[in-house]
Ligand binder design. Structure first.
Ligand code: FEO
Ligand code: CA
Ligand code: CA
Ligand code: CA
Length: 590
């Protein structure tokens, strides 16, 4: 009967246990193999990785640190041969270099960072393009590929779109404001239907040190994006990261970068039309009339959800025609109303409050100051919006709020209903008329996360969810070819939830909606990033980020990590790695 069909689970795998271990684990019947780890050679004739002899020059030719977003671009439509693109978000110096860690004060920690360490860190940031192939032995990188490429914090990039050439992007190295070196803190991303990789620059403020005077043109902007004290010591190596010396340099970060993986000589482009924020990802969808829309989360407490819609239609037959399609279009910010409807508020210079009188002389100003422009339009302050994915089969758009443990009771709203929201939630947006370009939408709460066994938490996992099945702190997500939702987490640990981060499969339809099952868990200290399926759903790529990291980022060190995954060798620290999961004997995942 129809009722029985509705109760049929979409997933058919045996759950793993939710716990914390030194190794990773995947559901029975699946293999989880390491494909690429920090330090692996990306070119032929290179020596095996030795972390104690790592130079910046070496690191530029090896897989970078802290893999986050993972995308797969099939070659000739293949699910067994393609290009893997990977973001390298940040570096854990205490796990990369011997002799760091355990410093009580920031100054003591920074004083230990040598110029060479700084330089290695810059080379370990950015991204990688790696040709990969699946054989009987499993997936392997192709080292003599002409596509393999590292992008770092020093790779020349173009600034394009409405903010390009703005005097506020002018620096002593680049007076024209159109050429910047590098991308940093690239978190999640997206693949476009024309074969490019979108990579979101997230917490760029960690790299910029010092402040301008309170009456400086950029003072309010710097405050709004949290610039003041850098986590990194890069400003000692390269003065462009010293804010008083180069006050406009930070305006050249916080963008979505578009990269063409098929052309290893192509210059990455920072697409300013998509706004400047702490970008998580850049998930795409088509509007009813064939234009391209990109959903964007700004991952910080009380920040907003955005959507860019291109002015031009995508030409599916001619990738070159779409090359600069992301330079023209309208960026909007979301308001979620209590009646379950919502509206996109456009950030267009000259419209509404976005005028010269309010400090916005041009669209460039609106985009450089995306957050302050959005503030004037009254959008909904969210609990740290991370990944967003549109389900092409249903048109529903999934938005992951990871947590906001600072939200006060008087600050709750319908779309962020829990004060002290430690465990996050997942919202579904349903565009009006089934058109991703529509100015309005409906929205529903899919899940309030956390332990359903603790009533005060108010989690809403279905009763069919087991004690292994619930999770907190959703971060990344993927929708497979069958339209099913997979959630990756960041922040589960022994103390907070009694479990490691990992991947959970979540039912979205019928009576089982809100049922979650545990498929994979990361080793201790890691977070789960980058779920991405090959087109045939037979391989699932996952990124294990910062394995062995301690909560305070100081007690776990090169010589005393929480785990030595994945090598488990006494002379090797833990290594962030991309893994490939396949089903034993073949077949689709899950
Ligand atoms: Fe880099 Fe919002 O996670
Ligand atoms: Ca991350
Ligand atoms: Ca993330
Ligand atoms: Ca996160």
């Amino acid at each position: 009967s129809e009722a029985e069909a509705a109760a049929e689970p979409a997933f058919a795998f045996d759950e793993i246990e939710a716990t914390v271990t030194a190794d990773h684990a995947v559901a029975d019947g699946y293999d989880a193999r390491v494909l690429l780890r920090w330090g692996d050679p990306l070119f032929p004739d290179m020596t095996p990785f030795d972390p104690l002899r790592l130079t910046a020059e070496e690191q530029e030719r090896r897989f970078g640190y802290n893999n986050d977003y993972v995308g797969y671009l099939p070659i000739d439509g293949s699910s067994r041969h393609g290009l893997l693109v990977v973001n390298h978000e940040y570096t854990n110096e205490e796990l990369m270099f011997r002799g760091l860690g355990g410093e009580a004060k920031r100054e003591d920690r920074l004083a230990k960072i040598t110029p060479e360490m700084n330089s290695v860190q810059m080379a370990a940031h950015g991204g990688a393009v790696v040709e990969i192939r699946r054989s009987e032995q499993g997936w392997e990188p192709v080292l003599d590929s002409r596509f393999n490429r590292r992008i770092t914090a020093r790779t020349p990039m173009d600034i394009t779109g409405p903010a390009a050439g703005s005097p506020r992007l002018s620096t002593s190295a680049d007076p024209g404001g159109r050429r910047v070196l590098g991308m940093i803190n690239n978190c999640s991303g997206g693949m476009t239907p024309w074969g490019t990789w979108l990579s979101g620059e997230e917490n760029f403020h960690f790299y910029f040190d010092g402040r301008v005077a309170p009456d400086h043109r950029e003072a309010a902007n710097h405050r709004r994006y949290g610039l003041s004290r850098a986590h990194y010591a890069w400003s000692r190596l390269d003065p462009r990261f010293d804010v008083p010396t180069e006050p406009n340099e930070a305006n050249r970060f916080g963008w979505v970068v578009e990269i063409d993986p098929l052309d290893p000589t192509s210059i990455p482009k920072k697409r300013t039309a998509l706004g400047r924020m702490k970008h998580e990802g850049a998930a795409g969808a088509f509007t009813a009339d064939g234009r391209y829309c990109v959903y964007l989360g700004d991952d910080e407490r009380y920040e907003y959800v955005y959507r860019f819609v291109s002015e031009d239609r995508v030409d599916p037959k001619n990738p070159a025609a779409n090359r600069d399609i992301l330079d023209r279009g309208i960026l909007s910010v979301a308001r979620f109303d209590a009646d379950g409807t919502g509206i996109w508020l456009p950030l267009v210079h000259g419209e509404g409050p976005l005028t010269e009188a309010n400090g916005f002389a041009s669209q460039a100003d609106v985009l450089i100051d995306t957050r302050r422009a959005a503030d004037l339009l009254g959008p909904t302050k969210m609990d740290r919006p991370e990944d967003i994915e549109a389900n092409p089969r249903t048109g529903r758009v999934y938005v992951l709020m990871t947590n906001n443990s600072r939200r006060k009771a008087e600050e709750v709203n319908a779309a962020n209903p829990r004060p002290l929201n430690a465990f996050g939630h997942i919202i579904e947006m349903i565009p009006d008329g089934g058109d991703q370009g529509s100015p309005r939408f409906r929205w529903e709460m899919l899940l309030l996360c956390g332990d359903p066994g603790v009533p005060e938490i108010g989690a809403t996992f279905s009763p069919q969810t087991t004690r292994n099945g619930w999770f907190g702190m959703p971060d990344n997500c993927a929708i497979d070819a069958r339209g099913r939702l997979w959630i990756a987490t960041d922040g589960n640990d022994k103390r907070r939830t009694g479990r490691s981060d990992g991947l959970w499969a979540v039912e979205t339809e019928g009576e089982l909606r809100g049922t979650s099952r545990h498929f994979y868990r990361v080793p201790v200290g890691a977070e789960m990033c980058g779920p991405f399926f090959t087109p045939d759903d037979e391989t699932l790529f996952l990124a294990v980020q910062h394995p062995g990291e301690s909560d305070d980022r100081t007690t776990a060190t090169f010589d005393r990590p929480e785990t030595r995954w994945p090598d488990f060798r006494d002379d090797m620290p833990p290594r962030p790695s991309v893994i490939a999961i396949t089903k034993r004997g073949g077949g689709r995942i899950g």
